[in-house]
Design a protein around this ligand. Structure first.
Ligand code: THU
Length: 135
């Protein structure tokens, strides 16, 4: 699985976004260390609060399937009637990434034609993790 292919899977997943309130559609594709890919889209709710981002949809699908080892995540989003573009993950999704991923976990942001890879450490420095609970 190349980075470009992972981005294309995120683009495809974005087509499934349920975003009648924001009209902002996001897709994500999560690559496990074993080479499997789990995809997600944002799923909104009339009560707003229950809305879940594309990134967490992908993570929760993967964890529910028994996965715990992750290599990379591709994300793109934007107005639903326009092509996907650079969409940095929200803070809640970064915290979920910090729960399951090492500092070197790669996050690909942009669109299939042009994207950049960031490390989780870059996007979530000084994060709160399980190690803090036992210190
Ligand atoms: N959203 C995501 O799915 N991922 C992000 O990284 C940012 C925001 C969704 C949540 C909501 O459905 C819509 O985009 C507008 O905030």
């Amino acid at each position: 699985m190349t980075d470009r292919e992972l981005m294309e899977k995120a683009q495809k997943a974005r087509e499934k976004a349920y975003c009648p309130y924001s009209s902002f559609a996001v897709g994500a594709a999560l690559l496990t260390k074993s080479g499997r890919v789990y995809t997600g889209c944002n799923i909104e709710n009339a009560a707003f609060g229950p809305t879940v981002c594309a990134e967490r949809t992908a993570f929760f699908a993967a964890v529910a399937a028994g996965e715990r080892e992750f290599a990379a995540l591709a994300v793109l989003g934007g107005p639903a009637d326009a092509p996907g573009r650079f969409t940095p993950p929200c803070g809640v999704c970064r915290q979920v990434m910090a729960e399951f991923c090492s500092p070197g976990f790669r996050i690909l942001l942009g669109c299939p034609e042009s994207f950049r890879s960031y490390s989780l450490e870059e996007l979530m420095p000084l994060s709160f993790g399980a190690d803090r609970l036992s210190e």
